[in-house]
Write a protein that binds this ligand. Structure first.
Ligand code: URA
Length: 235
């Protein structure tokens, strides 16, 4: 088995990220530091360590969905000492987050120890939709929504198109549904920054066919077989 596949199956990260971990020289096979990608190992015999810990293939994969609260970082350990989403999960298995939500964004995020699944959900090739509820200060004009739909221009570069639906205006804030199928860093916030609008609340409510639903803020629950199958194409 390729080393990056093994690392990913052990829940280290997606396969692409595992290549980066290998290139950083953090992985040892039978005590020898590995610094090039593409190596194959015998997963039954070879001893693979990462940061001094021996890795083993998990017996069972875990797939959770979480309602991430605002004020939690999507990282295993935060350099700035902020709270992380892993403090909210009670699970013996080492998990990774699938994609990322900003510190101040809330809503749906998946956690798993299946690196291939993480790769599948986040890979740009598959274009899984992500739907957000966005509250924006003030009343937004139809012309502004049209600009968002066409792809805003940021520093001379056109950002991807978005599906944007007006939901309500309460006299103070406009509530919108925004659907994107790419996962650029801070994509939604950048779209609104580019048109000079300030986001008051950003919440992810759907990834692909999987809804946040009534999951309580800060809680996790196992994904159903059908939800997992949606991404793996086993439906
Ligand atoms: N877009 C953003 O700007 N932030 C998120 O957390 C997710 C999407």
């Amino acid at each position: 088995m390729r080393l990056n596949k093994f690392l990913s199956a052990c829940g280290v990260a997606s396969r692409r990220k595992c290549d980066e971990v290998i290139l950083e020289g953090k992985v040892f096979v039978n005590g020898k530091q590995i610094s090039q990608v593409g190596l194959s190992i015998n997963e039954k015999k070879d001893v693979v360590t990462l940061d001094g810990k021996t890795l083993a293939l998990p017996k069972q994969f875990v797939y959770l969905k979480m309602n991430k609260p605002k004020g939690y970082a999507c990282t295993a350990s935060d350099e700035r000492g902020r709270k992380t989403i892993f403090e909210l999960v009670d699970c013996d298995v080492r998990l990774i987050h699938v994609g990322r939500l900003d510190y101040n964004t809330e809503g749906l995020i998946f956690l798993t120890n299946d690196g291939d699944f993480a790769n599948l959900v986040t890979h740009p090739r598959f274009h899984f939709e992500k739907e957000y509820r966005v509250s924006v200060e003030g009343e937004m004009k139809e012309s502004e929504l049209a600009v968002l739909r066409n792809g805003v221009v940021e520093n001379g570069v056109r950002m991807p198109k978005a599906k944007v639906k007006f939901l309500s205006f309460d006299g103070k804030n406009t509530k919108l549904s925004v659907v994107i199928d790419e996962g650029q860093n801070h994509q939604v916030r950048r779209m609104f920054d580019a048109i000079g609008r300030s986001i008051v609340l950003l919440k992810r409510v759907r990834i692909g066919d999987v809804l946040l639903g009534g999951l309580t803020r800060g809680k996790t629950k196992p994904m159903t077989a059908e939800e997992i199958a949606f991404f793996k194409g086993e439906k």
